[in-house]
Ligand binder design. Structure first.
Ligand SMILES: [Zn+2]
Length: 434
């Protein structure tokens, strides 16, 4: 009678139901990081832990400098004022590198999300990892020094790269715009230089993370589309996590084939294939088409100038490109049903045309259920999205269970920073993807 399906397995229970001490401290520390004054009573309400357990966790975080005493506070309607805590700002800083094809932006930030200082380094990514990373290490050291900080003050370092990044091992894999970077140990190089956890992600993933955290949970899932030297995307799911996929390649949409004319499908892409959306919709690709239609060569900067002053050929090229981009985005909407699509990049920022075209094509071509509550908007963080996303990923790393364990370790501990311990890297990735 019937069929016995013993090989069908139920989803395993959420392991967070029985958090270890580091996981509990991570929850408490992030709660304190997101509010100016958190009392023990607030923590009891959120975690359900016993007061004595919470006291133990607070003491460990306090001793490590990850939280600070913020005096007396709390709600005036809820009895006498209680001791409150805020996130520690004297313990050190998170270092952020937002690497783009032509230039890299660096910043340092404290755990209270204060971007203390930043700088820009005009070195192209195609000089190769040796030269670029050595230059970035030098610039970071100078940035720390001018803020009275040193190597011992580095809590974590977050790097965004303009190419596909292996999210387990933290390096770029066959990145089309980054010759020489394939498999180069970015994490190991930076962890060696700064002695802290190093995390590496795709640049547009970090933009998506920054935008998602700035907007709040009601705007999730969020799909970030970035139009620059390449075409990239990042997806933050309804649980607030970046979608990395099995290896980190998720949302790397630049090499999906364009739904365009035979001519557009034949354009050679930097990846070696023909007709990728990046080969026709990136800013250099648009500039090349405007050049072909004009009497003089037009570079990316000049394309923006022409667009701003309303040059007819440029406006028409940008509109046509936006319609192509809209078709690809409509397919993505049918697949992942985001609540919000965010367009980012210099071209989209300086005109309403791209947004209007994409919006029109997406509403026309995506399924009604997928567009019912969908908004298609400009990025709120604009050109700051990558740097802010990197800051968030760095802070979340410091305040993760693994980060808390690392920063509260005893002097005799032999824990290595992420980047120098490949086994730890694999374990952390496996945990993060659950
Ligand atoms: Zn391609």
């Amino acid at each position: 009678m019937g069929s016995l399906w013993t090989e069908v397995q139920l989803l395993k229970p959420d392991q967070n139901l029985a958090p270890d001490a580091h996981a509990a401290r991570s929850v408490i520390a992030r709660m304190i990081a997101d509010s100016p004054a958190v009392s023990r009573r607030d923590i009891v309400e959120v975690t359900g832990l016993a007061r004595s357990t919470i006291d133990g966790h607070l003491q460990v975080l306090f001793d490590a400098g990850l939280i600070e005493d913020a005096g007396l506070g709390g709600s005036p309607t809820r009895g006498r004022p209680a001791q409150v805590f805020r996130i520690g700002t004297a313990r050190g800083v998170v270092l952020v590198a937002d690497v783009a094809v032509e230039t890299t932006r660096l910043a340092i930030a404290t755990l209270d999300k204060n971007m203390v200082d930043s700088t820009e380094v005009a070195i192209r990514v195609d000089v190769g990892p040796d030269e670029l990373l050595r230059a970035l290490a030098g610039e970071f050291t100078a940035l720390l020094e001018r803020n009275g900080l040193g190597l011992g003050d580095c809590l974590a370092l977050s790097v965004g790269l303009p190419g596909p990044v292996d999210s387990h091992l933290g390096f770029a894999v066959r990145p089309p715009l980054m010759p020489g970077w394939d498999g180069y140990g970015v994490c190991a190089f930076m962890a060696q230089a700064f002695g802290c956890d190093v995390i590496v992600d795709n640049d547009v993933n970090l933009m998506a993370l920054g935008e998602a955290r700035a907007l709040g949970g009601e705007h999730l899932p969020l799909l970030m589309m970035h139009l620059g030297t390449g075409v990239g995307a990042g997806f933050v799911g309804e649980d607030g996590r970046l979608l990395h996929g099995a290896d980190g390649a998720a949302a790397d949409v630049g090499h999906i084939q364009v739904r365009g004319t035979a001519e557009q499908k034949n354009v050679l892409c930097s990846c070696g294939n023909r007709g990728c959306i990046e080969a026709v919709a990136s800013v250099p690709a648009m500039a090349a088409r405007v050049s072909a239609a004009s009497s003089s060569p037009v570079n990316s900067e000049q394309l923006l100038e022409r667009l701003v002053r309303g040059d007819a050929t440029t406006v028409s090229t940008v509109r046509e490109t936006a319609a192509l981009l809209g078709r690809t985005i409509a397919d993505l909407v049918n697949f992942c049903n985001p609540a919000r699509i965010v367009l980012n990049g210099a071209v989209t920022d300086c005109t309403e045309d791209v947004l209007a075209q994409v919006r029109s094509v997406v509403y026309q071509q995506a399924q009604p259920l997928a567009t019912r509550n969908l908004s298609v908007v400009h990025s709120r963080l604009g050109s700051e999205a990558g740097l802010i996303g990197g800051m968030i990923s760095g802070i979340e790393q410091v305040l993760s269970p693994r980060g808390i364990q690392y920063h509260t370790r005893s002097t005799s501990s032999n824990m290595l920073p992420l980047g120098l311990d490949p086994m730890a890297q694999l374990k952390v990735s496996a945990r993060a993807s659950r």
